[in-house]
Design a protein around this ligand. Sequence first.
Ligand code: DC
Length: 230
Amino acid sequence: MQSHPITIAIDGYSSSGKSTMAKALAKAIGYRYIDSGAMYRAVTLYAMRSGLIDKTGNIDVNALVAALPAITIDFEVSGDRQYTILNGENVEKEIRSLEVSDNVSPVAAIPEVRHALVRMQQALGSEGGIVMDGRDIGTTVFPHAEMKVFCNASAEKRATRRYLELKAKGENVDYEAVLANVLSRDHIDETRKESPLRRADDAVDLDNSEMTVDEQNAFLLNLFNSITAE
Ligand code: DC
């Protein structure tokens, strides 16, 4: 049995159910959960509000990089819910909008943005006992994580999940737009120069296209138990 708390990295494609399973695992084992995507979304929202991204999606990269030291991101936990706090303001709802989703991948491709957020993520996980989900957690943020999972599902399944999620929140969206967003984010995430979305060599694959939430939670808990029992 490992006596120290381990580090758990859950990476994968957008809307592959990473956050749901990472959150459930963290709760089950009493670890802290960090949604690294929320941090990229918060920086994107900051840029949009500051006029650093225009209507056509052009980013004033120099101005955004200069503004990075003025951006603080925290997480607040209340019961089962976790809120993303941008410079003291709860922006959990705003960062999940389709507008932010449309702009976030190009922002996440800016090397200086990645460096700043990776540093924050490493500080958050410096003591272990953490489940972090994202795209580069097992490859770049915590390359020595004891447990790494790479999650995938078909683009159509993922778009359907995102669509239902947005509808449930009262957003007026159409399925084709959500699918286009999923595909375009996959492409940008996989092809960016700086730490692209890539499966770590030592990650365990999890394709949950045909799995229920309970099944994927059980899969992760078994994996955790087998790793910590070693
Ligand atoms: O997981 P998500 O959909 O909330 O992530 C939002 C965007 O942030 C996504 O386009 C990829 C990017 N991202 C990243 O580049 N690296 C991470 N560790 C997490 C997210």
